[in-house]
Ligand binder design. Sequence first.
Ligand SMILES: [Cu+2]
Length: 257
Amino acid sequence: MKRALGAGAGALVAVAFAGPAVHAQEASTLSTQLSPLNRSNAAGSAMVSLDGNRVNVRVEANGVSGGLPHAQHIHIGGANTCPPAGAGNRDEPRDLISTAEGQPSYGEVRVSLTTQGDVGADSALAVERFPTATGGSYVYSRSFDLPSGVTADDVRNGVVVVHGISELYADRAMYDGDPRSSLKPDLPLEATIPALCGRLAAAQVGSAPVGGVAAGAGGTAPTELPTPVVAAAVGLLAGVVVLLAAQRPAAARSSGG
Ligand SMILES: [Cu+2]
């Protein structure tokens, strides 16, 4: 009886190991902290779960222009990184980095993180289908199939960019001002300028989930919504770790994490 139980547990561990062992270099969960660009005073995080061509993307943004939509994308190409200070080479006293000026760093829009409908590059400026930052923050979560021509490997090199800063020119509460968008001249620069940027990387096992714990400062309702989901994921992971630890010699347990 005990022997049968042991074999069963062993099989379970083997199943748990199959994913990571086979895809050792293909992380299925990516994450990044989003850093402010163009003095946006914003902060955030992004997490991308990959399952073949299917992805779940979660973006949390705080301190972004309130009551306004924020275009957000996975950019792929260029140097696969966020633009450094000084990347904006326009004749601009504040050294602002337009979306176009950032492209040598993060490449072009390949996935549009819309709330519904198309997620391809054609939806890059579909303003009505991007999340609105009620109260200056939002949490976005959506599962979708990658658009044609974009692979999971592309996404592993992706950079998440959130756009829109209304505080730069004229009325601070709306996208306005004279400077024009580098993407679409009939839009103000404020509507498309990068506000947050983060390069996706394999999520580290044992690290705190991105954006899940350090959300105490704002305490806004949208921030708290997905916590149970994160907690469930962490709980599941912890269960696997405990299961694995139980199968190892005692000496090996201290190295977990
Ligand atoms: Cu973008």
